[in-house]
Design a protein around this ligand. Structure first.
Ligand code: FES
Length: 152
């Protein structure tokens, strides 16, 4: 028997299910929703944050509708991945790790997506684009523009 009382484990991954629900509803994990989940599930807020921060699928900041991953792994970097990232940052007006003001795009870096033979690589909403040059980016970024602008 432990000397310090421990909270009982939640049944069947209730906390993760609740976090997924919040993430699906808001696109990220707002603090007030996490506090609500802690109250609802009767667990310490620290336990909610511990679980939420463990999984990269969750974010504490609002995210864009589209996610762009610019690979900066070795194969991509030596083939110009750094230049592609610079071009993406300049085009979108954000730095890696940030979301555009219109919340259309979140730009992130990754370190290898397993497509080194196609380096340099970016991924947009899970679709991989390889052997890229900066001149290819405007066509790829079309899907990140508002729908009414995509038709033009
Ligand atoms: S280093 Fe970019 S896909 Fe492997």
């Amino acid at each position: 028997m432990p000397l310090i009382a421990q909270p009982l484990p939640l049944p069947g991954g209730a906390l993760l299910a609740r976090l997924h629900g919040i993430n699906a509803e808001h696109g990220y994990l707002p603090e007030e929703a996490l506090r609500g989940a802690a109250d609802e599930l009767q667990v310490p807020l620290s336990q909610v944050y511990s679980a939420a921060s463990f999984y990269s699928a969750f974010s504490f900041e609002p995210r864009g509708r589209h996610t762009i991953h610019a690979c900066q792994g070795t194969a991509c970097y030596i083939r110009g991945g750094d230049k592609l990232l610079e071009k993406l940052e300049a085009t979108l007006g954000v730095k890696a790790g940030e979301t555009t003001a219109d919340r259309l795009c979140t730009l992130e870096t990754v370190y290898c997506v397993g497509s080194c033979s196609m380096a340099p690589v970016i991924r947009v909403d899970g679709d991989t684009y390889g052997r890229l040059k900066a001149s290819h980016l405007p066509r790829i970024l079309k899907k990140c523009r508002p729908i009414e602008e995509q038709e033009v």
